[in-house]
Design a binder for this molecule. Sequence first.
Ligand code: NAP
Length: 342
Amino acid sequence: MGGPQSPGGPGLARALDAALDASVVGGFSRLGYLLRRGVERWGPPPGIPGANAVVVGASSGIGRAIAVGLAAAGAEVCLVGRDERRLAEAAAAADRARVAGSAGSAGSAGDGRPARTASVDVTDAVATGAFVRRLADEHDRLTVLVHAAGNLLRRHTVVADGTEATVATHVLAPFRLTLLLAPLLRAGGGRIVTVSSGGMYLARLDVARLDPGPAAYDGRRSYALAKRAQVVLADLWADRLGGDVASYAQHPGWVDTPGLASGLPGFTHLGPLLRRPDEGADTAVWLAAGGALPERRGFYHDRHRRSLHRLPATTMPPATAAAEAAALWGFCAERTGLGADT
Ligand SMILES: NC(=O)c1ccc[n+]([C@@H]2O[C@H](COP(=O)([O-])OP(=O)(O)OC[C@H]3O[C@@H](n4cnc5c(N)ncnc54)[C@H](OP(=O)(O)O)[C@@H]3O)[C@@H](O)[C@H]2O)c1
């Protein structure tokens, strides 16, 4: 289903992919995307006419490109973000892609219903609950849920309920939304895709440090910790949600977005080495469209399953890792009031 196929044989493709991945800069930059796509002759993601998708963080950057890619593949997409003007612009782009079938996915051109928008701050439990109720009134199943909302903050910032904004946005909001949408996901044999980051390779899971006070706050560290927690949560959802729900995490590489420019301005010096948003979105769209099935879990980059660790310091003995993962679930359940018995 649009997966890796190399004209030089699988051995050459594997060797190139491994060399790019080991180099970091080669693999994470646009070079990695272009070389892998070319050598492995990626096709468009599978067409998914009749599917429905919720994409959180769809008003900008990678999430917007994922929404456009899913619309082009034939899905009915609901774009979620906070900024209504940018959401409307992104929905219009998704509709153009749907009509044009611009990703070229087989049988998808013009299929699917027009894109919809929902202006929801997903760190707000009340607004999120109301959004889920509206969705459940109109749909009896959900095929795809994408978590792409994110931020990299320099200063300690809190959301309305007092939680630090990085953990609120990347960890607790996806947990709440996923648990609330679990019945619809189970009914549709749904697929969850979480947009994590290569930055997660710098952190080991450490639940006690997920919500530091202002004195201990370090924006990059909090971001890396939250992105590591996302990968662990994605795996826990694959284990615990049941109903054939697939749950993947992936990292997009270095992508030219408003979020990168504001969160990591030094990266903008990479210029043409940065991926375009649609390139950073490719693997998320591919996973959401079922490209990795029958595999139903895992951490991916550029359509390949990837290692969870690059640094010995982030690894833990299996029993410790399992206990810390259970502690992460407990932290999320306590903060959201959901999932204690899931
Ligand atoms: N760019 C990269 O190189 C890169 C690399 C690795 C990982 N990532 C990850 O990719 C994801 C997308 O990042 P990006 O670079 O595309 O950033 P971006 O352009 O700033 O987009 C971020 C999106 O998140 C939404 N969002 C943030 N907080 C929200 C909230 N509380 N409720 C609802 N929506 C919220 C924003 O919506 P509004 O603006 O409407 O509020 C926006 O649509 C993030 O998870 C990021 O960590 C990016």
